[in-house]
Design a protein around this ligand. Structure first.
Ligand SMILES: [Zn+2]
Length: 176
C-alpha cells in the first residue's frame, strides 16, 4: 500500500490564477501537504510530488514509486465567475478509480457544503492514463468563483480532511 499525492501544476506552470492572484499550484500544494501530514501521522506510506517543468515528470515518478493509489489535486477555473462546485475525475474504464471518485466526491460535498457537480470519466488526461495505480483527479472548487476562492485560500484543511476521510473508507473496503 502506498499513496502518491500530486499537487497539480507547479514550477513554471501556476495553473489557474484567481483575480486576487491566488495560484492553483499553491492551493493544491497547501492541500497536498496537509493531506501528506495526516497520512504520515496515521502510518500510511505516502509520497508527494509536484511537477517542476512538465507533467510528464508526474507519471514518471509515479511509475517508479510502486504506488497503489494516485491522487492529483487541482482547482477549477473558467471565465464565468458564477461556475462553482466540486468534481472528481477518474480514468475511463477503471473500476477502482470510479469507486474512489464516488467516495471522494461524497466526502468533499459533505464536508465543504459546496455543490456536487458529480464524478466524471475521462480518457484524455495524462496523469490518469499514464499512472499505474488507480487514479483520481480532484477538481476541489473554482478559483474563478469568489466564494470558493476564499474557501480554497483560507480553509485548505477542509479539502484535505475530505480526501483523508475518502482514503480511509476506500481502505476499509479493502481496495487500497
Ligand atoms: Zn489544474
Amino acid at each position: 500500500m502506498k499513496i502518491f499525492l500530486n499537487p497539480g501544476h507547479g514550477g513554471t506552470d501556476p495553473g489557474v490564477c484567481s483575480k486576487h492572484g491566488i495560484k492553483e499550484s499553491d492551493v493544491a500544494l497547501a492541500i497536498g501537504l496537509q493531506l501528506f501530514n495526516r497520512l504520515k501521522l496515521n502510518g500510511y506510506p505516502v509520497e508527494l510530488y509536484q511537477q517542476k517543468e512538465t507533467y510528464f515528470e508526474i507519471s514518471k515518478e509515479e511509475n517508479k514509486s510502486g504506488a497503489t493509489l494516485f491522487i492529483s489535486i487541482h482547482c477549477n477555473g473558467v471565465s464565468d465567475p458564477a461556475a462553482h462546485g466540486i468534481e472528481v475525475l477518474y480514468c475511463e474504464g477503471s473500476q477502482k478509480g470510479e469507486k474512489l471518485a464516488e467516495i471522494m466526491q461524497k466526502q468533499l460535498v459533505d464536508i465543504t457544503g459546496l455543490e456536487d457537480r458529480g464524478t466524471k470519466a475521462r480518457s484524455d488526461l495524462h496523469v490518469l492514463n499514464r499512472t499505474n495505480a488507480p487514479a483520481v483527479l480532484v477538481e476541489t472548487a473554482f478559483l474563478s468563483n469568489s466564494n470558493e476562492e476564499t474557501m480554497l485560500a483560507t480553509a485548505p484543511e477542509l479539502f484535505a480532511d475530505a480526501i483523508w476521510e475518502a482514503i480511509k473508507i476506500y481502505n476499509k473496503e479493502g481496495l487500497l
